[in-house]
Design a protein around this ligand. Structure first.
Ligand SMILES: [Zn+2]
Length: 292
């Protein structure tokens, strides 16, 4: 009896494509690799607003994967994803089992887009919209989530409560400050969670209040605002908010690691090579077999 050890290869590959439909669909079309498309979606979840991408924007992935007998197995590790949109390169690096942006800030699931279990989005962020109560155009500096009165509202991230009370047209409002000069605002609340007061630390996902219809509001909903250095930004378009940042020696090591990866991304961008499709590997394998 012969014992054949299970041999597998560890591949390091790159994919460089242009956005045609959406990253997920385009990755699938180019590679037929579901694991890769899923892992990408996971890493960019809540990252760059994928809906703001334009046809022709560029996407580069450098990733590692194991393969045995022509078939991939195990999880895929995307060392770096780069999405170039509006002439800006947006990077996400996998480093020490975590995702980081290019400044070495750890990216967490900030839950930016879902501090409440909503039924629908009734208003999006805009600098100019028709206001149904004021009957004039007014900027809407947040996202409105329609939800029944009493639905729990959760803090979008770890932070400190800096305001609890009534705030003009916003009605009953809570503000939470987060690391990196970010602030979130939750308005039109029906009430506050028991014990919530100014100065208190809250955890991500902690219930801080309940959906209501207080202030200038036409129906129960949560108005969710996000601010960076007190300037309103679109919660749906911001790059994931940093959780903790590397510093000192660690940051230095990270930056030299990522510099090398960035250079590889630029090489891949210029290579114009057709990405491998999953079935190509099966072809390779049958070729090897018939030769042996
Ligand atoms: Zn609103």
């Amino acid at each position: 009896m012969e014992i054949t050890p299970i041999v597998f290869q560890e591949e390091k590959r790159s994919v460089a494509i242009e956005i045609d439909h959406s990253p997920y669909v385009d990755i699938l079309k180019a590679t037929n690799n579901h694991g890769l498309a899923n892992e990408f979606a996971q890493s960019f979840k809540g990252g760059v607003n994928l809906r703001s991408l334009q046809k022709g924007d560029k996407l580069v992935l450098l990733f590692q994967q194991k393969r045995r007998l022509g078939k991939s197995f195990g999880s895929i590790k995307i060392d770096v994803s780069m999405l170039e949109t509006a002439k800006r390169e947006n990077y996400i690096f996998y480093y020490n089992e975590n995702y980081y942006n290019q400044k070495g800030e750890e990216l967490d699931n900030f839950l930016l887009t879902k501090p409440v279990n909503y039924t629908r989005i009734s208003s999006v962020f805009t600098q100019k919209r028709w206001h149904p109560v004021l009957k004039k155009y007014r900027a809407h500096l947040g996202i409105d989530y329609a939800a029944p009165t009493g639905t729990p509202v959760r803090s979008a991230g770890n932070g400190k409560v800096i305001f609890v009370g009534t705030k003009g047209g916003y009605g009953k409002t809570i503000e939470v400050s987060h690391d990196g000069s970010y602030k979130t605002l939750y308005a039109h609340l029906n009430g506050f969670a028991k014990g919530i007061r100014g100065g208190q630390r809250v955890k991500q996902n902690q219930v801080i209040g309940y959906v209501g219809n207080t202030g200038m509001s036409t129906g129960p909903h949560l108005h969710f605002g996000l601010y960076r250095s007190n300037v309103a930004i679109n919660p749906a378009s911001v790059v994931k908010v940093a959780k903790s940042a590397l510093g000192g020696k660690e940051l230095k090591a990270f930056l030299s690691y990522t510099e090398d990866l960035k250079a590889q991304v630029h090489v891949a961008l210029q290579s114009h090579e057709e990405p491998f499709k999953e079935e190509d590997f099966n072809g390779f394998y049958s070729l090897e077999k018939s030769n042996s």
